[in-house]
Design a protein around this ligand. Structure first.
Ligand SMILES: CC(C)(COP(=O)(O)OP(=O)(O)OC[C@H]1O[C@@H](n2cnc3c(N)ncnc32)[C@H](O)[C@@H]1OP(=O)(O)O)[C@@H](O)C(=O)NCCC(=O)NCCS
Length: 179
């Protein structure tokens, strides 16, 4: 059975395989062999990071930015890692433009099976049960038709678009979904 759950040790070998396959923890930055090796060398330290989130994160341009409270959920089947959803509990100035409340990714070998659509649907239920948010912002690159479809299938309403903060020349579409 496919479920959304907290990251845990049982999924780490598959999570590392997924990164080697092309899954990236940050949709704006591909993984590097060095970054994957750090996780593979100490999976427990990587998992512990979810319990001790940093107050600052490195932004795509290399500068330091505020890290908002966030929850990571993994989509798994048995011990197999399939994808992830990052839920930002609130927005800040950058996330209001690009990032929004929810970001997701599915490992390459599991795409095209409806997983992202199901993950987002389950995530909206999770947010309704756990956060005081009545609606959530999702920002989608205008050149990402699969993600646009995922958002629209989940009730996303296009409210505007902005120049992409981190990808010059590209556009981020703004969608809001009622929780
Ligand atoms: C975007 C992504 C999450 C989609 O995951 P997925 O599990 O394959 O998505 P789903 O199978 O639930 O649905 C994809 C939908 O897009 C459609 N689609 C896929 N490629 C498409 C394309 N090139 N043009 C139009 N529609 C497309 C599929 O047909 C499907 O729609 P359907 O259910 O009506 O048939 C996945 O490709 C991914 O992880 N990409 C990298 C990270 C990323 O872009 N994340 C989103 C950031 S906003």
């Amino acid at each position: 059975m496919v479920t959304l759950t907290a990251p845990a040790r049982a999924y780490m070998p598959s999570f590392i395989d997924a990164m080697r396959e092309g899954f990236s923890r940050d949709t704006l930055r591909p993984e590097t062999p060095e970054a994957i090796a750090v996780v593979a060398a100490d999976p427990d330290a990587y998992l512990a990071g979810f319990g001790n989130p940093p107050s600052h994160i490195t932004l795509p341009d290399g500068s330091q930015g505020e890290a908002v409270p966030a929850t990571m959920l993994w989509c798994v089947e048995g011990d197999t890692f399939l994808g992830s959803v990052g839920i930002r509990h609130r927005l800040n100035a950058n996330l209001e433009k690009v990032g929004g409340h929810v970001g997701y990714a599915v490992r390459p070998s599991a795409r095209g099976r409806g997983l992202a659509s199901a993950m987002l649907a389950d995530t909206l239920v999770w947010i309704g049960a756990n956060l005081p948010l009545k609606r959530v912002l999702l920002t989608v690159n205008a050149e990402n038709p699969a993600s646009i479809r995922v958002v629209e299938k989940n009730g996303g309403v296009l409210t505007g678009q902005v120049p992409h903060l981190w990808r010059p020349g590209e556009t981020a579409l703004h969608y809001w979904i009622d929780v």
